[in-house]
Write a protein that binds this ligand. Sequence first.
Ligand code: C2E
Ligand code: MG
Ligand code: MG
Ligand code: MG
Length: 274
Amino acid sequence: AAKAKGRDRCEIFDRALADENEQLLALEGELREALAADQFVLHYQPLHDLTTEEICGYEALIRWQHPKRGLLMPGAFVPQAEAIGLIDAIGRWVLERAARDFVNVSGGLSVSVNVSPLHLAMGDLVADVTEALRLSGLPPDRLEIEFTESALLSESCNVHAALDALRELGVRLVVDDFGTGYSSLAYLVKFPFSKIKIDQSFIEDMTDDRRAHDVIRSILNLSQALGVTVIAEGVETEAQLRQLVDDDCKAAQGYLLGRPEPIARIRPDQGQPG
Ligand code: C2E
Ligand code: MG
Ligand code: MG
Ligand code: MG
């Protein structure tokens, strides 16, 4: 009986694995189709300068207008695209789209793009960024590139050289979700970063968890010493905003200040993007 049970379990396991493979294969086809048929969309969320209270840039956030499943958030397809090996192609699309959307935005505001750690470590990111700037005509100092801490863990020369090359192109580099990974201020010194974004989990807790607030304050102090700009992510309440201003945080992003929106809402005068 035990043997039979074991065999059943194996069958269930095999079936689950086969299903998962099949799903991933189907998704691979759908993701390729999405690129070919232009089903990806970028929404842009404003970044606010807390000193002037004005918008000082936007972050590009990808969505997938899936023909059957509706508008999908990045959590539903970015990890799969990474696993399948399609994240560089998607990353190239994002860089080109964002650069073209922003080249004519009034006020010369910057756009910040999220790049997968895999694209940095294994893809041809420097060439892809160069090409996006060339095709769009966007000046490099109006493009920012966000990396999560996991991208920086790699000790590889590749990663270090790519970051230096990007900085030399004139784009600004940003550490995203700061505080969630193996946060180390060492790489703020080692790598040429201009900005860090404090992860929204700290902002969420800051008004009723003293330790979360202490972490935010120490990040603000240290980054000031290093000459790095800090952006607070995920600001949802007036109380959080007030506390950040009291702490002398200079920039913030979050639903309280503005939600991610299509480009047409940002430059309504300019009609359909080319
Ligand atoms: P992220 O770069 O940390 O982006 C911030 C996320 O927080 C976005 O979720 C944004 O919509 C959400 N958000 C903004 N303000 C608030 C707020 O006040 N409260 C809450 N609860 N959430 C807020 P989204 O668009 O679902 O993106 C999730 C993650 O997916 C991003 O995190 C980024 O890591 C990744 N991602 C987004 N676009 C791209 C892309 O083009 N390429 C790659 N490789 N990854 C992307
Ligand atoms: Mg980001
Ligand atoms: Mg983030
Ligand atoms: Mg995040």
